[in-house]
Design a protein around this ligand. Sequence first.
Ligand code: SF4
Ligand code: SF4
Length: 360
Amino acid sequence: MQAWTHRLDDYDEERLNGVFAGHQEFLLQGLSPGDTVLVKPNILQEANPERALTTDPRFIHAFVRFLLAHDLRVIVGDIPGNYVPNERLAADFGLEEYAHDERVTVCHLDQYGFRPVYLEHSKSPRPITLPNVLWRSRALFNLPKAKTHSLTLVTGAVKNLFGLTPKAERAGLHMIPSGDEFARCLLDLHAALPVPERIVLDGILGMEGEGPSAGKPRHLRAVIIADDPVLVDWAMCRMMAIDWQLTPLSRVVPVPDSKLVIGDLTPIQPPFRRPRSYLGGAAVGIAATFQRLAGASNRPLPMVDTSTCIRCGICAERCPTGAIKLLPYPQFDRSICVLCYCCHEMCPQQAIVLRHTLHR
Ligand code: SF4
Ligand code: SF4
């Protein structure tokens, strides 16, 4: 287990290539010319790169170019929460110039189908399903984006693996009520991978505040290269100046040894703003006590900001329990809302806000 951090001010392709080339031996370990590898960026939905919602297309382009320079064949794909038409995928990945290059396949990963995976020492009792394309690849290159997250506090390397799961199963996983249990499921995905995983995190422009989709872009100037997603997320938290102990992941895995990270880990000042709705650590304990005493929930409710809502209906489509009706703006049936925050995550207008209220 090992991680390296680098500081980059922008997405200059030559400087990015210099970082990747500096870790060539580590990144390409076990691979031979002609091998096929899978690159999995974080493409939650289509968005201008300046919003920092997705792995930056310039970052993806530079990394694919690096792989091609070593005679690898590359599949680049994701299963975006909000569907992206096939004809726009290459542009969203920054790979238009490779659209007709037989060495590069740009795709939705679900087109290959899925298979269940049995894991002997799973952390969660939930079943694991992964895309078949992993079995056609010799390695997985996980290219996450550094962001805050309303449900998991941060989203980096561990959470990006969630994008490998079938959309039909995500609803069930999103309905898991506890952050710890969700973290266990995510860690199982990493453990169940049939190929070695290498992580190359895009933290040059990150997102703070109401992530993963409604936050504000902010320069973190970080690239992290590693073989362990927990180590990456821990280093990312340190650089964002977010307390690791507040994350659900920290309650499932021990604090990584900082000696495993080589490079500058200086926390940014002021710290990355946390989602207003996220309660972690001691706050969770206090709120849970309050919840028990008052019979109230300590989790925020999704609400609609009608000044920005365009009534597109995506939130209602994505809600796993059918708790949203457009009348004509979204109305929430609180009796069946499971507080998964898919609506908040998928709204293209950031019109679903999360608010703490005294509710049962
Ligand atoms: S809240 Fe967002 S996703 Fe829902 S209808 Fe309004 S704009 Fe669309
Ligand atoms: S209303 Fe939003 S938070 Fe509630 S279940 Fe539906 S998608 Fe999840």
